[in-house]
Design a protein around this ligand. Structure first.
Ligand SMILES: Cc1cc2nc3c(=O)[nH]c(=O)nc-3n(C[C@H](O)[C@H](O)[C@H](O)COP(=O)(O)OP(=O)(O)OC[C@H]3O[C@@H](n4cnc5c(N)ncnc54)[C@H](O)[C@@H]3O)c2cc1C
Length: 231
């Protein structure tokens, strides 16, 4: 695999166990909003421990941005990444992934599954093209929500936040089931972008199909062969 050596520019905590890591962008590096890349820590013992992460920045930015959640277990790569200091070196592979914006739609995210959508929504905002798009975003607790203010600023009342493990009168409580989908879906002529843990994607895509969405209008990453997104 072609890997690029890049240095961390900044590593900042932005939410519960979650950091924003900005890294140098290799000359000529290209990605499409929604894509990600394999990343590892460039030390002798860790350079082969590659994990997939989505780009949350925009292709034209001078640096690459990742938002990474860890569960603070010692041996996790995510935990090690979030503890790295500026100047530490990472290895980054080529951009890949099937999640790309096709047209106006509903984004349905669970946990770190929001990360590819952050880049897509930032790109749409910049192109003044956010109108008609909406988001349903499920997390366990309020403290797990990533970039809530920015998502609300971009989508206003078209952003709905659900908490599965915390009752809080600012948010909807529960999981994303058919009732929730019926409540938020205006029509089935739009695209549906689904990202989150494998079981989440499987459940949501099958519910969408049952409710009337065309299989071609459902966009998701096939994560059956790679590490998954987490709630
Ligand atoms: C295409 C793609 C893009 C991704 N993009 C991002 C991204 O932008 N940001 C991001 O943070 N993650 C992202 N992920 C998920 C990320 O790749 C995994 O979190 C990472 O590979 C885990 O590696 P690890 O060594 O830290 O964990 P491992 O040691 O491999 O842990 C095994 C798995 O268990 C999970 N786990 C451990 N404890 C818990 C818990 N309490 N609850 C739920 N799960 C738990 C771990 O996070 C991990 O997924 C993406 C995944 C894919 C497939």
């Amino acid at each position: 695999m072609d890997n690029y050596e890049v240095k961390i520019i900044s590593n900042t905590k932005i939410a519960h166990n979650t950091n924003k890591i900005k890294v140098e962008k290799p000359a000529g590096y290209k990605f499409i909003p929604g894509q990600g890349a394999y990343v590892s820590i460039n030390t002798q013992d860790l350079k082969n421990e590659e994990r997939p992460f989505s780009f949350t920045g925009l292709p034209e930015w001078k640096e690459l941005e990742f938002i990474i959640k860890s569960y603070e277990k010692d041996n996790e790569i995510t935990n090690k990444l979030n503890k790295l200091k500026p100047g530490s070196e990472l290895l980054i592979g080529k951009a890949w992934g099937d999640i790309k914006y096709k047209g106006m739609g509903m984004f349905i995210a669970g946990g770190t599954g929001i990360t590819p959508f952050i880049s897509i929504l930032r790109d749409l905002k910049q192109k003044n093209n956010l109108a008609g798009n909406s988001l349903i975003y499920l997390n366990k607790t309020e403290s797990d929500i990533i970039l809530k203010d920015e998502l609300e600023e971009m989508l206003g009342s078209e952003a709905a936040f659900l908490l599965s493990r915390e009752k809080n009168n600012k948010y909807f409580h529960g999981r994303i089931d058919e009732l929730v989908l019926r409540m938020f879906i205006v029509d089935y002529v739009r695209d549906f972008y689904v990202c989150g843990p494998e079981a989440f994607v499987k459940d949501i895509t099958s519910m969408l199909k049952e409710l009337g969405a065309d299989a071609d209008s459902i966009i998701f990453e096939d994560t059956s062969l790679v590490d998954n997104f987490n709630l």
